[in-house]
Design a protein. Structure first.
Length: 156
């Protein structure tokens, strides 16, 4: 009888630990998604403000934004046709059906056909109808998330 009671208590403690870990994992995941969306929105606003202040061509603008950070900037016309891109010299490509273009202001994740990696995307429609799309590699966001999960596991 005593062994049965001890076994049941151990199972109860293990179930409680698993439930706690699941709640913490879900909370960290939700927090990470929120922070990712805030980061992408701020980045899109920064690029949009810079585009408004830029007096040159879309090509000049994306050349000025080419960095080693992996950020990708695309300038599109109101119909979703590429005018300039930091990672693709081809202009005239129709991107109007891409989720971030169809739903501006919302963060989307997908694999880039152009550069072949997972990216986070967000687009902003400017007052003149021009669309500014910003993307960053998902791996940089995923590595931060992985570090958080490892910390939670080690602490738990």
């Amino acid at each position: 009888m005593r062994q049965t009671l001890v076994r049941q208590n151990m199972l109860l403690v293990m179930a409680a630990f698993v439930a706690l870990f699941a709640v913490v994992f879900w909370s960290v995941s939700a927090y990470q998604r929120t922070q990712r969306d805030i980061f992408m929105t701020m980045l899109a606003e920064e690029v949009a403000h810079a585009y408004q202040d830029h007096g040159g061509t879309p090509e000049d603008f994306v050349i000025a934004w080419q960095t080693d950070s992996g950020r990708r900037i695309t300038v599109l016309d109101a119909q979703g046709i590429v005018l300039a891109d930091t990672h693709d010299g081809t202009v005239g490509t129709d991107k109007h059906e891409r989720p971030e273009i169809a739903d501006p202001g919302t963060v989307h994740t997908r694999r880039s056909d152009t550069i072949g990696i997972e990216l986070l995307y967000i687009a902003t429609v400017m007052d003149d109808g021009t669309i500014i799309r910003v993307s960053v590699p998902m791996e940089s966001q995923a590595s931060a998330y992985s570090e958080m999960v490892i910390t939670v596991v080690l602490v738990g």
